[in-house]
Design a protein around this ligand. Structure first.
Ligand code: G3D
Ligand code: MG
Length: 200
Protein backbone atom coordinates (compact mmCIF):
# COMPACT_ATOMS: atom_id res chain seq x y z
CA UNK A 1 0.00 0.00 0.00
CA UNK A 2 1.44 3.31 -0.96
CA UNK A 3 0.89 6.23 1.24
CA UNK A 4 0.72 9.58 -0.48
CA UNK A 5 0.42 11.84 2.45
CA UNK A 6 1.15 15.35 3.44
CA UNK A 7 4.20 15.67 5.64
CA UNK A 8 3.50 14.36 9.06
CA UNK A 9 5.38 14.28 12.25
CA UNK A 10 5.35 11.09 14.28
CA UNK A 11 7.14 12.78 17.05
CA UNK A 12 8.45 16.32 16.97
CA UNK A 13 11.23 15.81 14.53
CA UNK A 14 10.37 12.86 12.32
CA UNK A 15 9.16 13.63 8.85
CA UNK A 16 7.96 11.72 5.83
CA UNK A 17 8.38 13.68 2.65
CA UNK A 18 7.05 12.59 -0.70
CA UNK A 19 9.02 14.40 -3.37
CA UNK A 20 9.10 14.21 -7.17
CA UNK A 21 12.00 14.40 -9.55
CA UNK A 22 11.01 16.50 -12.54
CA UNK A 23 12.70 17.92 -15.62
CA UNK A 24 13.16 17.02 -19.28
CA UNK A 25 13.99 13.50 -20.39
CA UNK A 26 17.67 12.54 -20.28
CA UNK A 27 18.72 15.20 -17.79
CA UNK A 28 19.67 12.52 -15.24
CA UNK A 29 16.71 12.21 -12.86
CA UNK A 30 16.85 8.44 -12.61
CA UNK A 31 20.65 8.48 -12.31
CA UNK A 32 20.40 10.94 -9.42
CA UNK A 33 17.82 8.81 -7.62
CA UNK A 34 19.80 5.63 -8.16
CA UNK A 35 23.05 7.23 -7.07
CA UNK A 36 21.40 8.57 -3.93
CA UNK A 37 19.88 5.22 -3.09
CA UNK A 38 23.16 3.39 -3.53
CA UNK A 39 23.52 -0.08 -4.90
CA UNK A 40 21.21 -2.84 -3.85
CA UNK A 41 18.27 -0.68 -2.87
CA UNK A 42 15.02 -1.98 -4.29
CA UNK A 43 13.06 0.27 -6.56
CA UNK A 44 9.30 -0.02 -6.81
CA UNK A 45 7.73 0.35 -10.19
CA UNK A 46 4.12 1.51 -10.36
CA UNK A 47 2.85 0.33 -13.74
CA UNK A 48 -0.37 2.37 -13.60
CA UNK A 49 1.62 5.54 -13.16
CA UNK A 50 4.65 4.60 -15.21
CA UNK A 51 6.72 5.78 -12.27
CA UNK A 52 9.41 4.41 -10.02
CA UNK A 53 9.65 5.23 -6.39
CA UNK A 54 12.26 4.64 -3.74
CA UNK A 55 12.19 4.98 -0.01
CA UNK A 56 15.17 6.12 1.99
CA UNK A 57 15.52 6.95 5.68
CA UNK A 58 18.16 9.41 6.77
CA UNK A 59 19.24 10.85 10.08
CA UNK A 60 20.12 14.50 10.16
CA UNK A 61 21.34 16.35 13.21
CA UNK A 62 17.99 18.05 13.54
CA UNK A 63 15.56 15.39 12.34
CA UNK A 64 14.88 11.97 10.94
CA UNK A 65 13.59 11.97 7.40
CA UNK A 66 11.83 9.29 5.40
CA UNK A 67 12.08 10.14 1.72
CA UNK A 68 9.58 8.80 -0.77
CA UNK A 69 11.22 9.72 -4.03
CA UNK A 70 9.10 9.52 -7.17
CA UNK A 71 10.57 9.48 -10.61
CA UNK A 72 8.55 9.20 -13.83
CA UNK A 73 9.98 6.16 -15.52
CA UNK A 74 8.67 6.38 -19.03
CA UNK A 75 7.63 9.03 -21.44
CA UNK A 76 5.76 11.67 -19.67
CA UNK A 77 2.73 11.95 -21.95
CA UNK A 78 -0.65 11.70 -20.27
CA UNK A 79 -1.75 14.50 -18.03
CA UNK A 80 -3.94 12.15 -15.97
CA UNK A 81 -0.88 10.12 -15.08
CA UNK A 82 1.03 13.26 -14.22
CA UNK A 83 -1.66 14.57 -11.90
CA UNK A 84 -1.58 11.36 -9.90
CA UNK A 85 2.18 11.36 -9.84
CA UNK A 86 2.24 14.76 -8.19
CA UNK A 87 -0.52 14.04 -5.72
CA UNK A 88 0.67 14.51 -2.15
CA UNK A 89 4.17 15.64 -3.07
CA UNK A 90 5.50 18.32 -0.76
CA UNK A 91 8.51 19.25 -2.84
CA UNK A 92 10.17 18.86 -6.22
CA UNK A 93 13.75 18.47 -7.30
CA UNK A 94 13.78 20.23 -10.65
CA UNK A 95 16.63 18.90 -12.74
CA UNK A 96 18.23 20.29 -15.88
CA UNK A 97 21.36 19.28 -17.79
CA UNK A 98 24.04 22.01 -17.84
CA UNK A 99 24.96 20.99 -21.42
CA UNK A 100 21.38 21.36 -22.65
CA UNK A 101 20.01 24.92 -22.60
CA UNK A 102 16.54 23.79 -23.61
CA UNK A 103 16.27 21.67 -20.48
CA UNK A 104 17.03 24.81 -18.44
CA UNK A 105 14.52 26.92 -20.38
CA UNK A 106 11.80 24.37 -19.62
CA UNK A 107 12.20 24.69 -15.84
CA UNK A 108 9.33 27.22 -15.43
CA UNK A 109 6.98 24.81 -17.21
CA UNK A 110 7.93 21.99 -14.87
CA UNK A 111 7.49 24.17 -11.81
CA UNK A 112 4.07 25.35 -13.01
CA UNK A 113 2.98 21.80 -13.61
CA UNK A 114 4.08 20.74 -10.14
CA UNK A 115 2.31 23.59 -8.42
CA UNK A 116 -0.83 23.19 -10.50
CA UNK A 117 -1.14 19.57 -9.47
CA UNK A 118 0.04 19.75 -5.90
CA UNK A 119 -2.30 19.42 -2.96
CA UNK A 120 -4.68 22.37 -2.75
CA UNK A 121 -2.63 24.09 -5.49
CA UNK A 122 -0.19 24.99 -2.77
CA UNK A 123 3.20 26.37 -3.75
CA UNK A 124 5.51 23.77 -2.23
CA UNK A 125 9.29 24.20 -2.17
CA UNK A 126 11.59 23.30 -5.03
CA UNK A 127 15.32 22.89 -5.43
CA UNK A 128 17.00 23.45 -8.78
CA UNK A 129 19.64 20.93 -9.80
CA UNK A 130 22.15 21.58 -12.61
CA UNK A 131 23.28 18.02 -13.36
CA UNK A 132 26.22 16.67 -15.41
CA UNK A 133 28.72 19.12 -13.93
CA UNK A 134 31.42 16.61 -14.91
CA UNK A 135 30.78 17.86 -18.47
CA UNK A 136 31.59 21.47 -17.62
CA UNK A 137 33.62 21.84 -20.82
CA UNK A 138 30.38 21.27 -22.78
CA UNK A 139 28.41 23.67 -20.68
CA UNK A 140 25.59 25.67 -22.34
CA UNK A 141 23.82 27.02 -19.28
CA UNK A 142 26.01 29.79 -17.92
CA UNK A 143 26.29 31.06 -14.39
CA UNK A 144 24.58 34.34 -15.35
CA UNK A 145 21.55 32.43 -16.73
CA UNK A 146 21.23 30.67 -13.41
CA UNK A 147 21.69 33.78 -11.26
CA UNK A 148 19.25 35.81 -13.30
CA UNK A 149 16.55 33.16 -13.22
CA UNK A 150 17.00 32.44 -9.52
CA UNK A 151 16.63 36.09 -8.68
CA UNK A 152 13.35 36.28 -10.57
CA UNK A 153 12.06 33.05 -9.10
CA UNK A 154 12.93 34.09 -5.56
CA UNK A 155 11.05 37.35 -5.89
CA UNK A 156 7.99 35.21 -6.54
CA UNK A 157 8.72 32.52 -3.94
CA UNK A 158 9.39 34.94 -1.12
CA UNK A 159 5.65 35.31 -0.55
CA UNK A 160 5.21 31.52 -0.57
CA UNK A 161 7.43 31.13 2.47
CA UNK A 162 10.58 29.56 1.04
CA UNK A 163 13.77 30.39 -0.78
CA UNK A 164 14.79 28.54 -3.95
CA UNK A 165 18.34 27.23 -3.98
CA UNK A 166 20.41 25.79 -6.76
CA UNK A 167 23.06 23.08 -6.67
CA UNK A 168 25.34 21.52 -9.28
CA UNK A 169 25.59 17.75 -9.30
CA UNK A 170 27.09 14.88 -11.21
CA UNK A 171 25.25 11.61 -10.84
CA UNK A 172 28.03 10.07 -12.88
CA UNK A 173 30.86 11.12 -10.55
CA UNK A 174 28.79 11.30 -7.38
CA UNK A 175 29.29 15.02 -6.86
CA UNK A 176 26.88 16.78 -4.45
CA UNK A 177 24.18 14.11 -4.67
CA UNK A 178 23.93 13.61 -0.91
CA UNK A 179 24.29 17.33 -0.33
CA UNK A 180 21.38 18.09 -2.65
CA UNK A 181 19.04 15.88 -0.64
CA UNK A 182 20.39 17.17 2.65
CA UNK A 183 19.87 20.76 1.55
CA UNK A 184 16.35 19.96 0.38
CA UNK A 185 15.53 18.20 3.65
CA UNK A 186 16.39 21.36 5.55
CA UNK A 187 14.35 23.52 3.17
CA UNK A 188 11.32 21.25 3.68
CA UNK A 189 11.74 21.11 7.45
CA UNK A 190 11.89 24.92 7.62
CA UNK A 191 8.86 25.19 5.36
CA UNK A 192 6.78 22.70 7.33
CA UNK A 193 7.72 24.31 10.64
CA UNK A 194 6.68 27.73 9.35
CA UNK A 195 3.41 26.37 7.96
CA UNK A 196 2.62 24.66 11.26
CA UNK A 197 3.25 27.87 13.14
CA UNK A 198 0.83 29.68 10.84
CA UNK A 199 -1.86 27.08 11.46
CA UNK A 200 -1.58 27.23 15.25
P1 G3D B 1 16.27 10.86 -16.98
O1 G3D B 1 15.84 9.91 -15.91
O2 G3D B 1 16.17 12.29 -16.56
O3 G3D B 1 15.59 10.64 -18.29
P2 G3D B 1 18.74 9.35 -16.93
O4 G3D B 1 17.85 10.64 -17.23
O5 G3D B 1 19.07 9.25 -15.50
O6 G3D B 1 18.13 8.19 -17.59
O7 G3D B 1 20.10 9.76 -17.67
C1 G3D B 1 20.13 10.10 -19.05
C2 G3D B 1 21.53 9.93 -19.59
O8 G3D B 1 22.41 10.87 -18.97
C3 G3D B 1 22.15 8.55 -19.31
O9 G3D B 1 23.04 8.25 -20.37
C4 G3D B 1 22.96 8.79 -18.06
O10 G3D B 1 24.03 7.88 -17.90
C5 G3D B 1 23.48 10.19 -18.32
N1 G3D B 1 23.80 10.92 -17.09
C6 G3D B 1 23.03 11.06 -15.99
N2 G3D B 1 23.66 11.81 -15.07
C7 G3D B 1 24.84 12.16 -15.59
C8 G3D B 1 25.94 12.95 -15.13
O11 G3D B 1 25.98 13.48 -14.01
N3 G3D B 1 27.01 13.11 -15.99
C9 G3D B 1 27.04 12.53 -17.22
N4 G3D B 1 28.13 12.74 -17.97
N5 G3D B 1 26.03 11.78 -17.69
C10 G3D B 1 24.95 11.60 -16.89
P3 G3D B 1 22.70 7.20 -21.52
O12 G3D B 1 23.90 7.24 -22.37
O13 G3D B 1 22.50 5.92 -20.79
O14 G3D B 1 21.47 7.71 -22.17
MG1 MG C 1 14.30 8.43 -15.92
Amino acid sequence: MIQMSLPYTNSRMEFTFKIVLIGDMQVGKTSIRERYMGEGFPTHYMPTLGADFSIKDIDLETAKIRWMIWDLAGHHTFSVVRERYYYGAVGALVVYDITNKESFDHIPLWIDEFWKNSFDNKKFPILLIGNKIDLEWKRKVMEEHVTEYLEKLNQECHSYGFHVDHIYTSAKNNININDAFKKFAQILIDFVSKTERRIK
